[in-house]
Design a protein around this ligand. Structure first.
Ligand code: AQP
Length: 333
């Protein structure tokens, strides 16, 4: 059976990178629950603990993330919020994960880490962060996911999940895990508005680097106005030589749901300022209804709690059944 599974960390308001790169697929008819397919989307709170979290804020962030996901159009029946005890299966999967592989991924994930030797320094790598890609793999494999809609930054993590799945299937001589495949959106990697070499990220300290789903029109206008560009005339799509403008073209195209070529053709003669104004308008047009829905859902406390609770029940039902199977397979039960 086809199982679509993905997750988002409750680490703040989603930005348009999350939205265009991943969430757009979560709400697309191809990746929602149907007769032939189960879709499960998790708010992964445990994963957020790789950096210090205030418990009260984390709980609030989970509710806010649920509201954001519902406002984006996610089918409430696909939202999972309960985190099952992933400890045992993550630990088991660590045995099938090479340290150098996890280290490489952790390095690309978290910015200030240079090598595993950093583990010895106070600013360096903690074991939890190193194990993060394995935790992600345990989550994906636990639900026996076949399709995983993610942004491009997560593709190498999924490779680790596939690798672990293959090793465990081989070791126990059973097709216990299907090999999950990534589903990428056309805007698979949206870059920072201030530095087009970095991906747009919730944890970027520079607020002006991203457009959040709840940004007011005036904030969107200001952030786009200040977005990095170049001195070349006209609008073209050339990620190698014009990364900043190309990023804006990618955003424009994804928001409109068209190819980048169409945007370039339409705006090739525009100057940067005019293009930015047009982009601001399409962003405001896209985000305004979503923001109204966020505001409406903030007053629907009972409904949101119900979605969270039903998500809990559904997640624990599927996960505990699969965990039971795994414990038996590993000889732990
Ligand atoms: N810039 C991006 N472009 C395209 N897709 C992106 N995603 C994240 N950033 C971009 C995708 O969004 C999904 C949810 O991401 P996440 O919150 O679970 O974790 P993340 O990848 O670490 O995202 P952030 O924004 O960078 O969060 P922080 O700063 O909290 O770590 C994933 O599918 C991701 O690929």
């Amino acid at each position: 059976p086809e199982v679509t599974f993905s997750g988002i960390q409750p680490t703040g308001i989603p930005h348009i990178g999350n939205f265009l790169g991943a969430l757009s697929n979560w709400v697309s008819p191809q990746q929602t629950t149907s007769i032939t397919k189960t879709a499960l989307y998790t708010i992964v709170d445990l994963h957020a603990l790789t950096v210090p979290q205030d418990p009260t804020q984390l709980r609030k962030n989970k509710v806010d993330m649920t509201i954001s996901l519902l406002a984006c159009g996610l089918d409430p029946a696909t939202v999972l919020t309960y985190l099952v005890d992933l400890g045992t299966s993550t630990f088991r999967m660590c045995m099938d994960s090479k340290l150098y592989y996890a280290n490489r991924m952790a390095k690309s994930q978290k910015k200030n880490v240079q090598s595993i030797e950093d583990a010895d320094t106070s600013s360096g790598l903690c074991l939890g962060l190193l194990a993060y890609p394995v935790l992600q793999a345990a989550d994906i494999l636990l639900y026996k996911a076949t399709h995983v809609p993610i942004g491009e930054d997560n593709v190498q993590h999924l490779e680790l999940a596939r690798d672990i799945a293959q090793k465990i299937n081989k070791l126990y001589k059973q097709d216990i895990f299907p090999l999950p495949q990534p589903i990428l959106a056309p805007a698979k990697r949206i870059m920072s508005l201030r530095d087009p070499t970095k991906k747009m990220s919730k944890s970027d300290p520079l607020e002006q680097s991203r457009i959040n789903l709840n940004d007011l029109p005036s904030t969107i206008a200001l952030k786009i106005k200040k977005a990095t560009t170049d001195t070349i005339k006209g609008i073209t799509y050339d990620p190698e030589n014009r990364p900043a403008i190309s990023n804006l073209v990618t955003i424009y195209a994804a928001v409109q749901g068209v190819d980048v070529e169409e945007i370039v053709e339409e705006h090739s003669a525009s100057d940067t300022m005019k293009f930015k104004e047009a982009l601001t308008n399409v962003l405001i047009e896209k985000l305004t209804p979503l923001q109204k829905e966020i505001e409406r859902l903030k007053n629907e406390h009972g409904y949101v709690q119900q979605v969270l609770q039903e998500g809990n029940e559904k997640a624990s039902l599927i996960a505990n059944k699969n965990l039971d199977e795994l414990y038996k397979l590993f000889g732990l039960r």
